[in-house]
Design a protein around this ligand. Structure first.
Ligand code: 6GU
Length: 237
């Protein structure tokens, strides 16, 4: 998969994208990610990318020119049809289902909005899928693009270790993750549940699934936990 990120702040992506699962996926050639700055396509000597809204009002809006030019340049470097995504709080809410769908695309182009917003013709003049990562407002689409990239890249075949991928499969049932423990068995008087030390794999599986369902009912009654094979993952953090 190739991902192009179009942004005013390409430099904020580098540390994140070179770390952990995403970093390893990029190193291993599962994904390539390029970040391109709108400012490189500004039309004037001040490298302006934003301007005041017609009709008045506070703030500045991203202008069409630099955005369209950046997109056209980026897309001319490759062949094939990209899936274009505009990160905006007005977009479709991101779910694991959407993530799984996007993870099948060979090429994603992500446009990060910034400042107070952008000229409406960016939204109407470019076929884009508008995506929001939740009902709150970020100063820019950059953190949202990183969230989206992380969620997508970890689904690429081979991105997680074999062990982890298998574990994921067995819990992809739309419930929250069950409690987990590692050594020591007793930490400051807080002990690990006996069942996990019993060696009885059937009993352990039963306990985990019961814990997962209880926890889901209590914390997230909105999750449809009786739907089998939901694309929602376990929320293991
Ligand atoms: Cl995608 N962008 C911004 N600026 N704020 C958001 C968002 C995106 N998703 C939730 N809040």
């Amino acid at each position: 998969m190739h991902i192009d990120v179009l942004t005013l702040f390409p430099e904020v992506f580098d540390p994140y994208l070179s770390t952990s699962i995403v970093g390893r996926a990029v190193e291993g050639g599962l994904a390539s990610i390029d970040c391109t700055s709108f400012r490189d396509f500004a039309h004037d000597k001040h490298r302006s990318v934003d301007d005041r809204p017609f009709g008045g009002g506070p703030g500045m809006l991203l202008m069409c020119g630099p955005i369209f030019d950046t997109l056209e340049d980026v897309e001319s470097r490759r062949t094939g049809e990209p899936v274009r995504i505009l990160l905006t709080p007005q977009g479709e809410p991101l779910t694991q289902r959407v993530v799984a769908e996007l993870a099948t695309a060979p090429w994603l182009v992500m446009l990060c909005g910034h400042y107070e917003g952008f000229d409406e013709r960016i939204r109407t003049g470019i076929p884009v899928r508008e995506i929001s990562i939740g009902d709150y407002v970020l100063s820019g689409g950059e953190p949202a693009a990183m969230v989206l990239i992380d969620a997508i890249v970890r689904l690429l075949p081979g991105a997680l270790g074999a062990e982890h991928a298998a574990a994921d499969d067995s819990f992809s049932s739309g419930v929250l993750e069950h409690p987990q423990y590692t050594r020591p068995r007793d930490f400051r008087g807080m002990t690990v549940p006996d069942v996990l030390l019993s060696g009885d794999h059937g009993k352990i599986a039963g306990w985990r699934s019961e814990q997962a369902i209880q926890r889901t009912h209590r914390r997230r009654p909105d999750l449809a936990i009786d739907k089998p094979n939901s694309l929602r993952p376990t929320a293991s953090g």
